[in-house]
Design a protein around this ligand. Structure first.
Ligand code: AMP
Length: 213
């Protein structure tokens, strides 16, 4: 089962990827998480990506496509995978088709989490993430069991550097200009399914499971 979660920043892609990953035992492939690990390691890729990410802009297609090409070849992707935050541009989507064709696989479903812009700011500025395993929480809508600590590993939660009101404006702009055209791209391929991303966490999860079953 090869799935892509599609939606604006803060629409719940990362949060919803976790239960799907556990239920179907397939990896979540988040290009944002891969880039953040590269930044933490201070690798050349990380140093280059950081400047762009801090501005809320998109990292170049070439870099991202290179990352995905290597990642999809790994053994754990043989049973399937959940793409989270990739593709984000039409050239990335086209490159994904080429990569998948080479691997003899196809994208089964694109799940669009529909959330209006008016809800995004509160979702993103209230988000807290675990720097260790990437689990996302929200100070109001999805609180950890112990305040400020990850439920899974106990690590202190952080506010992502790009999760601030100023950067959200640029991220939403990048989303509308560069990423939103993918909605029609996948709709035309008849693999896009829309889900109300404003429903509660459990309800969104159940809707996704129904689509996948
Ligand atoms: P995310 O964790 O998905 O919100 O991504 C955080 C940031 O990483 C984005 O704002 C971009 O700067 C960068 N990024 C992640 N995935 C991509 C992608 N597929 N294409 C370009 N930039 C990306």
């Amino acid at each position: 089962m090869n799935i892509m979660l599609f939606g604006a920043p803060g629409s719940g892609k990362g949060t919803q990827a976790k239960p799907i990953m556990e239920k179907y035992n397939i990896p979540q492939i988040s290009t944002g998480d891969i880039l953040r690990s590269a930044i933490a390691e201070k690798s050349p890729l990380g140093l280059e990506a950081k400047k762009v990410m801090d501005l809320g802009q998109l990292v170049s297609d070439d870099i991202i496509i290179g990352i995905i090409k290597e990642r999809l070849k790994q053994d754990d992707c043989k049973k399937g995978f959940i793409l989270d935050g990739f593709p984000r541009t039409i050239p990335q989507a086209e490159a994904l088709e080429v990569i998948m064709k080479e691997l003899g696989i196809k994208l089964d479903k694109v799940i669009s989490l529909n959330v209006p812009d008016s809800a995004i700011l509160e979702r993103i500025t209230g988000r807290r993430v675990c720097p260790n395993d990437g689990t996302s929480y929200h100070i109001t809508f999805n609180q950890p069991k112990v305040e400020g600590k990850c439920d899974i590993c106990g690590t202190e939660l952080i506010l992502r550097k790009d999760d601030n009101a100023e950067t959200v404006v640029s991220r939403l702009e990048a989303y509308h200009k560069q990423t939103a055209p993918l909605f029609d791209f996948y709709k035309e391929k008849n693999i896009l399914v829309e889900i109300d991303g404003m429903a509660g966490l459990e309800e969104v999860k159940n809707q996704i499971v129904r689509v996948l079953e």
